[in-house]
Design a protein around this ligand. Structure first.
Ligand code: CUA
Length: 251
């Protein structure tokens, strides 16, 4: 892919709701720049204005200058506005208000040191039973092979394919330590926490080859905990999925 995906600035936005995150990032940066410049100007002004001069006795009584108080309150109110008008709605959108399971692709993502296990339930929409006792190199999720709902399941290592234009619900968990499931082009970053299943959803608006990154220092191999995130056309996704299912049966 010739287009530059990562580098300076934000990566390309492939998510249908990514613009909300980008807008919030933009507002926060402008806000912080205003605060920074404001404080620096204020500091330099006071250093100059209230410098020690011979023969002058400054009043040390406080309370005669109200503007800083008003500004502080204004900043606090704006931060409350950011939280309630921007941050909470995004949280609600990606973590609480899930699309219907029928209309979406369901995927389990299980993080481990240092890889991403991707578990698709297959055509029956049911995840096969898993048993921690069965976990080994060949069976990283401990899938119970005799279980009928496991028969059409597809498990991949670091290969996360999704179809474009369809909601994807990810159920995120971890086998060992805390990782962070980051899809920069999807504006998704969610901690994977052992003992918890966290659901998030997103929808891609264009196809392409991207990456999964781990955004939480999780051990010596953290830097190489990289996965491949591919947004396919619906046909290409169906083809890829059938190939994976066939490969799973023959092995
Ligand atoms: Cu997993 Cu860093």
């Amino acid at each position: 892919m010739s287009q530059k995906l990562y580098g300076w600035g934000l990566p390309v936005d492939v998510s249908t709701s990514g613009w909300e995150i980008d807008r919030l990032i933009y507002i926060l940066h402008v806000f912080m720049a205003v605060l920074f410049v404001g404080w620096v100007v204020f500091l330099i002004y006071t250093l100059f204005r209230f410098r020690q001069r011979p023969g002058e006795n400054r009043s040390t009584a406080s309370g005669h200058f109200k503007l800083p108080t008003y500004l502080e309150v204004g900043v606090a109110l704006f931060e409350v506005l950011l939280l309630t008008a921007f941050a909470f709605p995004i949280w609600n959108q990606t973590h609480v208000k899930m699309p219907s399971p029928e209309s979406s692709l369901q995927v389990r993502v299980v993080a481990e040191q240092f890889a991403w296990n991707i578990h698709y339930p297959g055509k029956d929409g049911l995840y096969g039973k898993t048993d921690p006792k069965l976990v080994n190199q060949q069976n990283p999720l401990g899938l119970v092979s005799g279980d009928p709902s496991a028969a059409d399941d597809v498990v991949t290592l670091n290969q996360f394919h999704i179809p474009v234009g369809k909601p994807v619900i990810v159920e995120l968990s971890s086998k060992d330590v805390i990782h962070s499931f980051a899809l920069p082009v999807m504006r998704i970053k969610q901690d994977a926490i052992p003992g918890q299943k966290v659901k998030i959803w997103f929808e891609a608006k264009r196809t392409g080859d991207f990456e999964i990154a781990c955004a939480q220092l999780c051990g010596l191999g953290h830097y190489r905990m990289r996965g491949f995130f591919v947004v396919d056309s619906p046909d290409a996704f169906a083809k890829w999925f059938d190939e994976q299912a066939a490969a799973g049966k023959s092995s």
